[in-house]
Design a protein around this ligand. Structure first.
Ligand code: XMP
Length: 525
């Protein structure tokens, strides 16, 4: 195991992912975790991340007492990156000072000595790297040597092979350091001598073995499928472990997209051989939503109805099986559970910075279900990789995210008014199919249409119309937290707008949303 200790850098998760890309298992914990959290994991390599702090300030985050003694006694290799390097220097008796010149952005470094990090023949080699630091090393601890320097002459890389301590002042994990991956590769395999043995197939088999051990022969497991990638992959994996003791439910709440119910059920039943109970609850949801215009009120109503249906499903199962289901599958991913290092002085304990888990619509507490979260150590791209090994169709794995409250947050105002939902489904389908035909679907994070609660005047077939307006929204994003609007060619937009007005009765105007997030959100409600 390669353990990443997070000192608050925005790139920490990237280190974890880069190491996994090298087929080595890595986990990330807060840099200030107690020693026991580290010893329990028994790592062979520890990487100390960068961070926004200065080692000089009061309360600057640091590894726990006894850390140095522990790594030395257990022959653990340690690599400090940026702040991590400065911590090593300071804690082992060297000196870090405020840099005369700060180094931010692309810099050049020169390798000065034959060394483990860059190889024995690298002396004199120059590399372009990404730096972001204000402090610099003034004096090294005993036994350390400088192996590379920046063009400004400051320390860029250090090592002490005898003690197994290494440090890089720059960020090898970012793509702006083109040779960074090679350096990490050399560090892990040549310096630390670890083997590349983390393969998705093995991860899957191990997870199945664990689940088989945890779920008893009489225990039943339930899972709510949203139609999204995570719950689909989680359910498919659990199905491999527990077979027909898994009971899946898919709720048609009347707020799904064009033919979504058929498409999702087809994938589960035909492609994945996963039996699913489909509950037709459109009437139930829409009658509760009638006349409701406040976005938060809509969300609450949908959440509540979902809980009722899920509760009924669990009780039905109990009657049928003669016992309560014991486990609930959730598609929680690693980014939802990673602890991050809180800024010093923020007064936050680590538990505050663990994101809260949103279980299925906030299930009733008295259900007392135990959670199975088979994806909780994986990143999204790894879930897609696992899904592909499990034969989840590629088109399904690449689907754009779709919000839990569905089209209710895309019909502004009362969703039950007139045939707003039906119009929106048709417009959305034309937009999405056009995007797919243009080969743009995979370059876009999310694309959809929005039904606006206004009418505008138009002229169609020599007649004045007073009809509906729809908006098109397409964004690029890494994680949905921030987003840019997508630039379509004018010809594409022109074609889509014509198609919509010519084939969807009741629409005479199409507009495009050209705001980023922030200041907007991706959805309109
Ligand atoms: P916003 O609109 O907040 O959306 O910029 C960010 C991402 O989250 C999705 N989203 C939701 N997903 N329940 C969900 O499961 C919700 O209530 C919800 N609201 C927004 C949105 O589609 C985007 O991917």
């Amino acid at each position: 195991l390669v353990l990443i200790m997070d000192f608050g850098s925005q790139y920490t998760h990237l280190i974890t992912r880069r190491i996994r890309k090298l087929s080595v298992f890595s986990l990330c914990i807060s840099g200030t975790s107690p020693l026991k959290s580290i010893t329990d994991l028994n790592p062979s390599v520890i990487i100390l991340s960068g961070g926004p702090h200065s080692v000089h300030i009061n309360g600057a985050p640091s590894f726990p007492p006894g850390f140095i003694e522990y790594v030395e006694a257990n022959n653990i290799f340690v690599l400090g990156i940026c702040y991590g390097l400065q911590l090593i220097v300071q804690k082992l008796g060297g000196e870090v000072r405020v840099g005369e010149k700060q180094e931010y952005g692309r810099m050049e470094i020169t390798v000065e000595r034959a060394c483990g990090l860059f190889g024995s023949k690298a002396v004199g080699d120059k590399q372009s790297v990404w730096m972001s630091h204000g402090d610099e090393v003034a004096q090294l601890p005993d036994g350390f040597s400088v192996v590379a320097r920046s063009q400004q002459g400051s320390v860029a890389a250090i090592e002490n092979p005898l003690k197994r301590f290494y440090g890089l002042q720059y960020h090898p994990e970012v793509t702006h350091s083109p040779e960074g991956m090679e350096t990490l590769h050399r560090f892990l395999f040549n310096v630390c001598g670890i083997t590349a043995d983390w393969k998705m197939q093995d991860v899957m088999e191990e997870e199945i073995k664990v689940m088989k051990g945890v779920v008893g022969p009489e225990d039943h497991v339930i899972c709510a499928l949203s139609g999204g990638v995570d719950s689909a992959v989680a359910a498919t994996l659990v199905h491999k472990a527990v077979g027909d003791k898994l009971h899946c439910i898919f709720v048609d709440n009347g707020l799904l997209r064009y033919k979504e119910r058929e498409r999702v059920l087809d994938t589960f039943e035909r492609d994945l051989h996963l039996p699913v109970t489909c509950v037709d609850a459109a009437e139930q949801f829409l009658s509760k939503l009638k006349g409701v215009v406040d976005p938060e009120a809509k969300r609450k109503i949908i959440g509540r109805e979902f809980i009722c249906i899920f509760d009924d499903f669990a009780q039905d199962l109990e009657r049928k099986l003669g016992r309560k289901p014991v486990f609930l599958v959730q598609g929680t991913l690693y980014p939802d559970v990673i602890e991050s290092c809180p800024p010093p002085g923020s007064g936050k304990s680590h538990s505050h910075t663990i994101k809260s888990h949103h279980n299925v619509g906030g299930l009733p507490k008295d259900m007392k279900l135990k959670l199975i979260e088979p994806l909780k150590l994986l990143f999204k791209d790894e879930v897609r990789e696992m899904g592909s090994i499990l034969n989840v169709p590629a088109a399904f794995l690449k689907r754009h995210p779709f919000p839990g409250p569905g089209l209710a947050v895309r019909v502004l105002g009362d969703v039950t008014e007139g045939n707003a939902l039906e119009i929106l489904r048709q417009v959305d389908e034309i937009f999405i199919q056009s995007i797919k035909e243009a080969g743009l679907y995979d370059s876009i994070w999310q694309a959809f249409a929005v039904f606006l609660p206004i009418r505008s005047v138009g002229v169609q077939g020599d007649q004045r119309t007073h009809s509906h307006v729809v908006a098109l929204r397409a964004v690029t994003s890494q994680d949905g937290m921030t987003a840019d609007w997508y630039y379509f060619e004018h010809k594409f937009l022109d074609d889509v707008a014509r198609k919509i007005c010519n084939s969807v009765r009741g629409v005479n105007r199409v507009v495009q949303d050209i705001t980023a997030k922030p200041p907007s959100t991706i959805e309109w409600e």
